[in-house]
Design a protein around this ligand. Structure first.
Ligand code: ADP
Length: 647
């Protein structure tokens, strides 16, 4: 194969442009990213060689080597890891497969805002490209362990890259960065990266825990000494080159908790899990006994960009005796806690365990249960001790907990009991978020239910007519604005023996007295209600006297057991839902509104009454945010009404 020149995918081009022009000051993180890629490649090689040690061939050492070349102004990072095939090269380096990148980049371009490179790298896992922050050209050579042929990839980040076959390349990957030159206006000295002491300190800072030796040749001074071993002379006699291992190689999680600073935990988290923000919580614990393992878990501060997309993969990395076994082991984490990142190291697993056997392993189930408990208890503690921090968590991941309750509708996994005390809600009576237990604590003496209402926004919900009487009584109402909310509430059914009640469903059951009053009014106005119902035909299930309205003439509600108005809207958006999933609508009329008196006086004019019924129904639809069935007809009827009024 001769040399081929290929175009970067558009997103990659945009990304490279951003990297090249980034004024981001932590350019040094490029080293962390490349070392972390090298370490992953070594992990994979180690794993492959477990079953078949021969594949290591002559090159048995799994290491990372850094070379600084001052003359050429280059740094090379070489690993003896798994390497890449031609296909890997094209797919991994040159294309960004992650969904969402395109949108993110075009938003950025539109806003013309400056990029925080680390944030971008963290969100999309595109560490390799960060090298273009410091390099004006990159050469990457690679050969996969089971391939005869290697490849040389080069690019100046200008929109194209070239790939050439080469049969002399040894196993693994080697990346040479030709550093940018420091210009006058640059406040940045790229040459500092050529200094071995600088590279050494960066490795110490970001990559100390990497389990493979990171080595570098450094010049060590040789001093002339006298017979007692004392240095003579003011300058070194000569220099000698020694190969130094720069990192301590102790996996962080193996260290004693008391020997680890929060900074170390955070650095480890950032480099291992590609996040740019410090984690919200760090959980590190060891378990001894029947099942032995160490877990290092993190609750991130922000949700990754694809967290709520179906492509998001949950999981905890699995290690056995410091050796990496698998990334994103799903079995270690229930779905509703999918935001947790981290790793488990257990000597109970054999290194070459197959995925199938692993899935059924009893140990894995025990560990998973423990992780679930630990995470839940950490969240409970945070909620109790640091409300502000917990609310941050809630903003990022609350929806995941609510999805959890809904997905466990039948209660087989007990999610409801596990998370109901961790839920937070906006509510009518407070600017702050409330827990269910706080809601119950603040309930009025005669209040029987936990009331809730759903809608597009807080403001929209607060102005719902169905809210009027509750407001008057000072009852608090949970305000639900996420799509999943109402489904989660339906799945909860009750909290501490208090049932949930939607303000737009069934009877509010405010008081016996009000109920009786509504019943007697219904009796008196039976004919009127029947005529109105006739006017509306199949549009509504019934027309009723309302006991939840104060100022509005009408509102729509649904019966207690069917789907709600909000659910009807959500269902209508779902491609998979069955047609005809409609709420059984009930038109409620406010008996204290002047319109009601007007209607009562019209009872002889059935035709007009039916027209009015339709107008009132359409108004109620509008308030609920439903599209109206025939806007032209509605406008016409209003116009007629105005004309008649002026006669
Ligand atoms: P990420 O590491 O987050 O996946 P990168 O852009 O840094 O994103 O790398 C893209 C992919 O390129 C990696 O997932 C890996 O498959 C491959 N890759 C990068 N560096 C190496 C390396 N040193 N050896 C083998 N494969 C590598």
């Amino acid at each position: 194969m001769s040399k081929e020149t290929l175009q970067f995918q558009t997103e990659t081009k945009d990304l490279l442009n951003l990297m090249i022009h980034s004024i981001y000051t932590h350019k040094e993180i490029f080293l962390r990213e490349l070392i972390s890629n090298a370490s992953d490649a070594l992990d994979k090689m180690k794993y492959e060689s477990l079953t078949n040690p021969e594949i290591l061939g002559e090159n048995k050492e799994l290491t990372i080597q850094i070379i600084s070349n001052k003359e050429a102004r280059s740094i090379t990072i070489t690993d003896s890891g798994i390497g890449m095939t031609h296909e890997d090269l094209i797919n991994n380096i040159g294309t960004i497969a992650k969904s969402g990148t395109k949108q993110f980049l075009s938003d950025l371009k539109a806003k013309n805002s400056d990029i925080n490179a680390e944030e971008f790298i963290g969100q999309f896992g595109v560490g390799f490209y960060s090298a273009f922050m410091v390099a004006d050209s990159i050469t990457l050579t690679t050969r996969r362990y089971d391939s005869e042929i290697g490849y040389i990839w080069t690019s100046t980040g200008d929109g194209t890259f070239s790939v050439e076959e080469n049969s002399k390349i040894t196993r693994g990957t080697s990346i040479t960065l030709h550093l940018r030159s420091t210009t006058e206006e640059d406040e940045f000295n790229y040459d500092s990266y050529l200094e071995t002491y600088e590279l050494e300190s960066l490795v110490k800072k970001y990559s100390d825990y990497i389990r493979y030796a990171i080595t570098m040749d450094i010049q060590e001074a040789v001093w002339a000494k006298d017979a007692d071993g004392k240095i003579t002379g003011e300058k070194p006699d000569s220099y000698t080159t020694i190969t130094k291992t720069l990192n301590s190689q102790v996996p962080l999680w193996k260290k004693d908790k008391s020997d680890i600073t929060q900074d170390e935990y955070t650095e480890f988290y950032k480099s291992k899990f590609h996040d740019w923000e410090a984690p919200l919580e760090t959980i590190h614990y060891k378990v001894e006994g029947n099942v032995e393992y160490t877990a290092l878990l993190y609750i991130p501060t922000k949700a990754p960009h694809d967290f709520y997309s179906p492509e998001f993969k949950r999981g905890i990395s699995l290690y056995s005796k410091n050796v990496f076994i698998m990334e994103k082991c799903e079995e270690l984490l229930p779905d509703y806690l999918k935001f947790v990142k981290g790793l488990v190291d257990s000597s109970d697993f054999s290194l070459n365990i197959s995925r199938e056997i692993l899935q059924q392993s009893r140990q894995l189930k025990v560990i998973s249960k423990n992780i679930e408990k630990k995470v839940l208890s950490t969240l409970e503690t945070t909620l109790g001790e640091n409300r502000e921090k917990y609310e941050k968590f809630w903003t990022s991941f609350g929806v995941a907990l609510k999805h959890g309750i809904y997905s466990d509708f039948m209660g087989a996994l007990g999610v409801k009991d596990k998370v109901q005390d961790l839920l937070l809600f906006k509510s009518l009576n407070s600017d702050k978020l409330t827990t269910l237990s706080e809601y119950i604590g603040a309930m009025k003496g005669e209040q029987k239910f936990i009331y809730y209402a759903s809608g597009e926004s807080e403001t929209a919900i607060k102005s719902l007519p169905q809210m009027e009487l509750l407001k008057d009584k000072g009852y608090d109402v949970l305000l639900l604005t996420e799509k999943v909310d109402e489904f989660a509430i339906e799945a909860l059914r009750e909290y501490k023996e208090k049932l949930f009640r939607s303000i737009t469903k069934g009877d509010l059951e405010l008081s016996e007295e009000e109920k009786k009053q509504a019943e007697s009014l219904t009796e008196i106005n039976k004919d009127l209600l029947t005529t109105l119902k006739e006017g509306l035909g199949q549009k509504v299930g019934s027309v009723k006297i309302s006991n939840r309205l104060k100022n509005s003439p009408v509102c729509l509600v649904t019966d207690e057991h069917g789907i709600s108005l909000e659910m009807e809207k959500i269902m209508a958006e779902l491609p998979s839902s069955m047609p005809g999933m409609k709420a059984n609508k009930i038109l409620e009329i406010n008996p204290n509104h002047p319109i009601f008196t007007t209607l009562q006086t019209m009872h002889n004019n059935k035709q007009d009454l039916k027209e009015y019924a339709d107008l009132l129904y359409t108004q109620a639809l509008l308030i609920e945010g439903f599209p109206i069935e025939n806007p032209t007809e509605f406008a016409q009827k209003i116009a007629n009404l105005m004309v008649n009024a002026s006669k």
